[in-house]
Design a protein around this ligand. Structure first.
Ligand SMILES: [Zn+2]
Length: 72
């Protein structure tokens, strides 16, 4: 990886990271509007409360949502 490519890669990662932090601070999923929760199996892993199959998401009567992001 060239120095310039590395710089661009880092800038992209920083942008994604700050966007993830911004979303986390809103406490709302940007896709479906449900709440967000921390997945405790990995630090910084934030998921929509509606993430996952029935029985795992917060409200199984509502549609599941795939949103997740990393803030660490
Ligand atoms: Zn969602």
């Amino acid at each position: 990886m060239t120095k310039q490519a590395k710089k661009e890669y880092q800038a992209r990662m920083d942008a994604i990271h700050s966007e993830s932090l911004r979303i986390r601070n809103t406490g709302k999923c940007p896709v479906c509007g449900a709440g967000l929760r921390d997945n405790l199996s990995l630090a910084g892993w934030v998921q929509c409360e509606q993430y996952g199959s029935a029985g795992f998401r917060k409200d199984s009567s509502k549609a599941s949502c795939e949103f997740q992001c990393f803030t660490a």
